[in-house]
Design a protein around this ligand. Structure first.
Ligand SMILES: [Zn+2]
Length: 58
């Protein structure tokens, strides 16, 4: 089983999914909202949320 954490930003009123798979060099980058620039650790308007998606291999 693999768990994917999907991040969302709701600065537009509608939660948009953030791209969390981008890698810069060897470090995993935080997902950031293209619209307002919020990230999970820098979220002044508290628009960031996440959902854990479980995937089962059968
Ligand atoms: Zn945003």
């Amino acid at each position: 089983m693999t768990v994917y954490r999907q991040w969302f930003c709701s600065c537009d009123g509608i939660p948009r999914q953030l791209d969390s798979e981008i890698l810069y060099g060897e470090e995993a980058a935080e997902p950031a909202c293209e619209h307002c620039g919020a990230t999970p650790s820098s979220d002044p308007k508290q628009t960031i949320s996440f959902r854990d998606q479980e995937e089962w291999d059968d």
